[in-house]
Design a binder for this molecule. Structure first.
Ligand code: NYM
Ligand code: MG
Length: 215
């Protein structure tokens, strides 16, 4: 009898508007999982450390202008360049938490207008499909109370409002496991909630094959 396949890790994406707490919660989640004996790694997109990531970073910092389709494809390429490593980790039983993923990619480009949702999704079709997408929901007023926007491109409340509407469109896709959490809670309470949803998902998917996004 063939040996049972080893349990795989879960792919968990954190999404939401700026200042919702994605990065803080991603770090806390990975720490907590590791402490509980579950191997876990955090990735953040864009990953500004690669050559493609450096291009993206100079675009966001307004040092470089790039045509809108071009930057969209670079954000996607920045995800694809990590796919072999992500698949390897998941197969080895490591849970991978991503701070933003293809949903940010689609939401930010389609918020520019004159981009169809379908065109925006196409470059990311076939990426590892998240087993869980945690949407950190925070209303614009509460987000504003958390401090001023930075100086990067896209960091205005009118643009962020459009981005939020695009996220809502993407959340209508019921083939994906979206879970909305209330990001106005304290860091600690939100962490506890996220940890518990993540652990449940890890249990559920450990013997299931990894899916392909939007395919
Ligand atoms: N962003 C992020 C995109 O426009 N497309 C993408 O595919 C991704 C992953 O980059 N305003 C935008 C969202 C953010 C900006 O992200 C930089 P961060 O998390 O602030 O480093
Ligand atoms: Mg930012």
């Amino acid at each position: 009898r063939a040996a049972m396949a080893a349990r795989r890790g879960a792919l968990i994406a954190l999404e939401g508007v700026d200042r919702a707490g994605k990065s803080t919660q991603g770090r806390r989640l990975v720490e907590a999982l590791r402490e509980a004996g579950h191997p876990a790694d955090l990735l953040r997109f864009p990953d500004r450390t690669t050559e493609i990531g450096q291009l993206i970073s100079s675009y966001l910092g307004r040092e470089k202008n790039l045509e809108d389709h071009t930057i969209h494809l670079l954000f996607s390429a920045n995800r694809w360049e990590h796919v072999p490593m992500m698949k390897e980790k998941l197969q080895q039983g490591i849970t991978v938490v991503v701070d933003r993923y293809a949903f940010s990619g689609v939401a930010f480009t389609s918020a520019k207008g004159n981009f169809g949702l379908d065109w925006c999704k196409q470059p990311d079709v076939g990426l590892p499909k998240p087993d869980l997408i945690l949407f950190l929901q925070l209303n614009p007023e509460a987000a504003a109370e958390r401090g001023n926007f930075g100086q990067e491109r896209y960091e205005t409340s009118s643009f962020q409002e459009k981005v939020l509407q695009c996220f809502y469109c993407l959340m209508e896709d019921k083939s994906l496991n979206w879970k909305t959490v209330d990001a106005s809670k304290s860091i600690e309470d939100l962490h506890r909630e996220i940890k518990s949803i993540a652990k449940e998902t890890m249990q559920e998917v450990q013997n299931k094959p990894l899916g392909e996004l939007w395919k």
